[in-house]
Design a protein around this ligand. Structure first.
Ligand code: LRH
Ligand code: MN
Length: 388
């Protein structure tokens, strides 16, 4: 039987990180649709993120992306975040939007280009120092498009050299998380294509280096919760980039395309200590809201993570383990499905009330009038976007 008070306190202690770029304009190679009221700078992005935290109570961290969130004074940005009741989370590097990086950044054949990329990564650690962030999140678009274009092993040597330089720069409380992705923008090899490659590099680097699981970065049919369980067992799960997809890296709202998969992932997280703050797993959203209203979409996404987490915490682990030990295949599966089929919305409404919040975060946000205010106020200037 589930310990509801324990489930409730775990849900109240949940920490979800929202992406600064989720509040800006985004799209596909076909079109980036501009929306009224979109932020023009990182200060306005933080203001929108603070509204998500105010409505949900569990989104106090905002991840930044450099140079998309470059400002002259990061101390001022940090203070602005704290005034708004949020904190700066992971700092994301960007070595995928410069002409010099056409055939790679840290894996580029030309040492001068590699030095440029490493300098950017080290500059991101400076941003961590200035904003109080404790995690550097690395994703490399590096790869090749044609067989023979470059040497697979040599590129791994170059990657390791760059990662070592960054690892050596980290402060005592700082860490780095390495994200993998099986393709795009490269279409023949990607230098960090899967969890195993990221894990191998992180193992060589040391305890401050862990793996990022972006739920949109796997080949169709991949059992992501197996990867999560294994990385937790190895103590090498550093962070999630939550989103969902029907086909490729669609970056849709987490849980929208496959809520059952999200539940299975959170089940492995909850069962293997991944929710314990001591394990330091970051739960970030990495999404783009190309056609839908951005702040409500991010609030809905946070609620989807909360619902999957609540269902995972309601799994009767004693009954599950007993059925598994007895080889009771259908019995064990039924225990999990009972939790998944539980409507946890009343429980979450209670949790929000006990946190002093409106039980309906979307209604809470709508009642603030923020959506109308930003459309009225944010006129002129350049709307934030990927700049792709
Ligand atoms: C790459 C990625 C990475 C980010 C970017 C915004 O696809 O998932 O995490 O830097 O999206
Ligand atoms: Mn990602």
């Amino acid at each position: 039987m589930s310990d509801i008070p324990a489930v409730k306190s775990a849900l109240k202690a949940q920490v979800i990180e929202t992406p600064s770029w989720g509040y800006g304009n985004s799209g596909t190679r076909f079109k980036v649709f501009a929306q009224q009221g979109v932020p023009r700078d990182p200060f306005e992005k933080l203001a929108d993120a603070a509204r998500v935290h105010a409505a949900t109570g569990v989104a106090p961290l905002v991840s930044l992306h450099i140079p998309w969130d470059t400002v002259p004074d990061y101390g001022k940005l940090r203070a602005h975040a704290e005034d708004l009741g949020v904190r700066i989370g992971m700092i994301n590097s960007n070595t995928f939007q410069d002409d010099d990086y056409r055939i790679g950044s840290v894996c580029h054949p030309d040492p001068a280009v590699r030095r440029k990329a490493i300098a950017h990564l080290l500059a991101c650690v400076d941003v961590m120092d200035a904003t109080g962030s404790t995690a550097l999140k690395l994703w490399f678009a590096d790869g090749t498009n044609y067989p023979g274009q470059d040497d697979i092993t040599a590129r791994q040597d170059r990657l390791h050299e760059a990662l070592q330089a960054v690892y050596a720069r980290l402060g005592p409380e700082q860490r780095m998380v390495l994200e993998y992705k099986f393709f795009e923008p490269a279409f023949y090899t990607t230098d960090v294509p899967d969890w195993g490659t990221s894990y191998a590099h992180c193992l060589k680097l040391g305890p401050k280096a862990k793996v990022v699981v972006d739920t949109g970065h796997h080949a169709p049919g991949t059992n992501i919760e197996f990867i999560v369980a294994l990385l937790l067992r190895e103590g090498k799960l550093g962070a999630f980039d939550f989103n969902s997809r029907f086909y490729a890296d669609d970056d849709l709202m987490v849980g929208a395309a496959d809520p059952f998969q999200l539940f299975r992932i959170l089940h492995e997280v909850a069962k293997n200590g991944g929710l314990d703050a001591a394990n330091g797993v970051a739960f970030m959203l990495d999404q783009c809201h190309n056609i839908e209203a951005k702040i409500p979409a991010i609030i809905r996404s946070v609620m989807n993570v909360q619902e999957a987490t609540a269902k995972a915490l309601l799994v009767d682990l004693d009954a599950l383990r007993a059925a598994q030990a007895a080889g009771d295949v259908l019995g064990a599966n039924a225990v999990l499905m009972d939790a998944y089929n539980t409507d946890v919305r009343p429980l979450l409404a209670e949790v929000r009330q006990e946190m002093g919040l409106n039980p309906d975060p979307l209604a809470a946000y709508a009642a603030t009038g923020h959506a109308e205010k930003i459309i009225a106020d944010r006129v002129g200037g350049t709307q934030a976007g990927w700049g792709a």
